[in-house]
Design a protein around this ligand. Structure first.
Ligand code: HEM
Length: 503
């Protein structure tokens, strides 16, 4: 019996291989270079992604084969100055590829994973206001609260003198800030220094799951039944927590006025705003919207911010002159404002050009996402980087490739130089700006980018003003280690913390 079954499976696999070979030799894109196996099977990409270093592999492929390469039978990556604009510009009809299907519960929409362009733009409009620049003033008190608790922990850690995993602490900060902004409550990461409810590890496992299963999305509806077992209960914790907060808000005697303008200093969280929207239009803004909005914040907005914060600190520690210059700027800004407050107002941080250049440059050197951002060529096909791609081809630019392109950022593209953003050559700076894409580009650009900017701009000046950090382990001699499962996450960001005098 088993032998017969094996023979059938073997025959089917052989037939599929023959079909793939036939498809390849008849494809107009057969001359696009890339690894031999990647011509016939996505297993090549699966294996490469599994090894968690795809941003490096992607670069090597472009170095070996040129500006257009394949990394699967129907997957193409670009290292070209014009490609990102063609694929991601506002108004283009390049939808997200089916790789994104493994990023949502089967049959349930979420903003990040939605592939339908019309449906996505409808959802996006429903959420836009809460993430706008003008809403930031209402989230600022939450950031100050968490920064103060973080400060207490850093003081304690500095007293014990042992190296600490700064990547972990940045995650604790990012989770508690986003928890506060969303629910007005810290989940307790900073208070306990622990992975509350297993959320951090579950999100880490979910990243591995979704980035790998996304290559074979037809498996997702079957595998999803085992998601708790595969990734751990932490994502369930986020949903249960959100449900509990929703019930508390629904039961509240009064809901806020949706149309009331933001007032500086008054803290209003996401869930109050979402519940108020639901009360106004129960059929348009449903409980599903509240759940998706809140849980998306926790899941999409924590690791990304923590990785970016870690990258900024890491590059500052690797470049002591930059760190010294930044400290001078922070000191001068506080002197000019005549304040010795511990909190850094967001407005003040926006008036620190060097700080902004440091943030921009660190996110250029280490963007949080490290796989090609896949889109599908629309009906009629498209010419990308001078070559025609028929409809249905999956195309993408990896931010790590775009950000290290010497034709965009110069021959020193691999060096950390915040000064490049402060050049008098405004044309060059605006050209670089158009290719700076840590938050993606076009209609699918990150909806939470202003929030993460708020979190980052307020924390970094505070950290460098109040603490010295020494790279521990062998980090002073070597680069840090990272794993790439969509997010390129540091795994050994070990530092010693020393409180500075007067902090
Ligand atoms: C430094 C921090 C962050 C980085 C680097 C980042 C990066 C990104 C990127 C690259 C995308 C586009 C992905 C794609 O096209 O496939 C994206 C989308 C998204 N991000 Fe972020 N993100 C950050 C923070 C946040 C925060 C704080 C939130 C929520 C509060 C958030 C929520 C989202 C959502 C919901 C989407 C999907 C948007 C859409 O498709 O319309 N992100 N992010």
């Amino acid at each position: 019996m088993l032998l017969k079954l094996a023979a059938i499976v073997g025959c089917l696999a052989g037939l599929q291989l023959l079909y793939r070979v036939f498809k390849h030799v008849t494809s107009p894109l057969r001359s696009v270079p890339g690894p031999f196996l990647a011509r016939f099977t996505d297993l090549w990409y699966f294996r490469a992604l599994w090894k968690a270093k795809f941003e490096v592999v992607n670069k090597e492929l472009h170095q070996k084969y040129g500006p257009i390469i394949r990394y699967g039978p129907n997957r193409y990556s670009f290292d070209d100055v014009t490609a990102a604009k063609t694929i991601y510009s506002h108004g283009t009809q390049f939808a997200k590829s089916d790789w994104y299907e493994a990023w949502s519960k089967p049959g349930v929409w979420n903003l990040f994973a939605e592939r339908d362009i019309t449906q996505h733009s409808k959802y996006r409009r429903q959420f836009q206001t809460e993430y706008s620049m003008s809403s930031l003033v209402e989230y600022e008190p939450f950031v100050d609260e968490c920064a103060a608790v973080f400060d207490q922990r850093l003081q304690e850690l500095s007293q014990c003198g042992l190296p600490v995993n700064m990547g972990h602490w940045m995650q604790c900060y990012a989770f508690d800030v986003i928890g506060c902004i969303t629910f007005s409550k810290r989940l307790g990461f900073l208070d306990q220094g622990l992975d509350i409810g297993g959320v951090i590890s579950a999100i880490e496992n979910a990243l591995v799951y979704s980035s790998l299963v996304g290559i074979y999305p037809f498996l997702h509806p079957y595998l999803f039944s085992f998601i708790g077992w595969l990734v751990g209960g932490g994502t369930g914790y986020v949903f249960a927590y959100t449900t509990q907060c929703m019930e508390e808000h629904q039961a509240a005697a009064q809901v806020m006025d949706v149309d009331e303008k933001p007032i500086p200093g008054r803290a209003r969280d996401f869930i109050s705003k979402f519940v108020a929207k639901h009360h106004r239009d129960p059929d348009v803004f449903t409980p599903e919207h509240i759940m998706e909005g809140c849980s998306n914040n926790m899941i999409a907005g924590s690791d990304t911010t923590a990785i970016s914060l870690s990258a900024i600190l890491y590059y500052l520690l690797k470049n002591p002159n930059t760190l010294a210059k930044l400290r001078e700027e922070v000191k001068a800004a506080q002197l000019a404002a005549g304040t010795s407050s511990k909190d850094i107002p967001f407005k003040m941080s926006q008036a620190m050009p060097y700080l902004q250049a440091v943030i921009k440059e660190a996110l250029r050197m280490h963007p949080a996402t490290g796989l090609p951002i896949e889109r599908v060529v629309p009906v009629g096909g498209a010419t990308i980087a001078g070559r025609f791609f028929p409809q249905g081809s999956v195309v993408g630019v990896n931010t790590w490739i775009e950000h290290r392109n010497p034709r965009i950022f110069g021959e020193d593209a691999n060096e950390f130089k915040p000064e490049r953003w402060l050049s008098d050559d405004t044309e060059k700076v605006s050209f670089m700006n158009r290719h700076w894409m840590p938050f993606g580009l076009g209609s699918r650009t990150c909806i939470g980018r202003h929030i993460s900017h708020l979190e980052i701009s307020k924390l970094i000046p505070r950290l460098v003003r109040d603490y010295d950090f020494e790279l521990a382990g062998d980090l002073d001699k070597n680069e840090w280690k990272t794993d790439n499962y969509w997010f390129v996450k540091p795994t050994n960001f070990s530092v010693r913390i020393i409180a500075r005098k007067g902090s």
